[in-house]
Design a protein around this ligand. Structure first.
Ligand code: PQ2
Ligand code: NAD
Length: 206
């Protein structure tokens, strides 16, 4: 059983052991979340080499040893050696969380398949049953929730602040917070004006 969460990783250290294709995919996700990434591996994919050259990640050009992960909050063991991945797990302290790319049972967490639309994030997990199904569902969700959701979520975020700030009656507040998630707001290119109009009407009634 797992407990789904969205972790805040800005400024926190993440260690990725291994420098292959899987390590690269995990590094890309961690960088997108703003983590400080350190890769421990005697070799890197071309893309990871670029990241290291641009100082986007730190690179320990070596085989793993337990000391490498001591400052990391989140750790991913993605070598092609099962024993090394298990050693990474055993080397971690009890306040560190470890993912093993080849061993779901020993992992503290699994990495989901993600649709990223700015503030809207949809994460899919099959609990290791079928990563390919997770990817397929992610692709279906990408069609349902297109790039326009990014701007829409920004609008919702700003509007929610305004509503909470300007409307006192809890029932009206709730009504407005619901209204801005309606299809008409989603599709309206002049939604800001529409919101201002609603807020004005409410203020006049209060
Ligand atoms: C979602 C995604 C996120 C990411 O990695 O970013 C992810 N795997 C993805 C793709 C993918 N992985 C694999 C294939 C080849 C087809 C196949 O074998 O099925 C493909 C397909 C592809 O590449 O398209 C092979 C594979 N994966 C794992 C094992 C080991 C094992 O099962 O023990 C093996 C066999 C290795 C071998 O051959 O030995 C294990 C895990 N993979 C997970 C996540 C976790 C469970 C998530 C879940 O089930 O929901 C878990 C448990 C651990 C973890 O990594 O956290 C990403 C999709 C990104 C996207 O496109 O959206
Ligand atoms: N979780 C997933 O999504 C997923 C998907 C596919 C494969 N896998 C599994 O992930 C593992 C890695 O796959 P890959 O395709 O990236 O492999 P790969 O062969 O491309 O890369 C393995 C990397 O591990 C490094 N490495 C080996 N021993 C090391 C050590 N002692 N210390 C540090 N680094 C070491 C290698 O130098 C290499 O950079 C495999 O075991 C595979 O079964 C997981």
């Amino acid at each position: 059983m797992t407990y789904p969460v969205f972790l805040e990783l800005k400024g926190r250290q993440a260690a990725v052991v291994g420098g292959g294709k899987v390590a690269q995919r995990k590094v890309e996700g961690l960088l997108e979340a703003g983590a400080q990434v350190i890769v421990i591996s005697p070799d890197l994919t071309e893309r990871l080499q670029d990241f290291a050259a641009e100082n986007k990640v730190g690179w320990k050009n070596k085989f793993f040893s337990p000391d490498d992960i001591k400052d990391a909050f989140i750790i991913i063991a993605a070598t092609d050696d099962k024993e090394v991945n298990l050693l990474v797990k055993r080397s971690a302290g009890k306040h560190q969380i470890v993912n093993l790319a080849d061993n779901q049972e020993e992992s503290d967490f699994q990495v989901p398949s993600v649709v990223n639309r700015g503030k809207l994030k949809l994460a899919v997990s099959t609990s290791g049953a079928s990563p390919i199904l997770a990817r397929k569902i992610r692709e279906q969700l990408e069609k349902l929730y297109g790039g326009e959701y990014e701007g829409y979520l920004e609008f919702l975020h700003e509007s929610r602040k305004k509503i909470l700030d300007q409307v006192k009656d809890p029932a009206v507040k709730r009504q407005l917070l619901t209204a801005i998630t309606d299809k008409e707001f989603y599709g309206d290119c002049d939604r800001e004006a529409r919101l201002q109009e609603l807020l004005r009407t409410v203020r006049e009634q209060e």
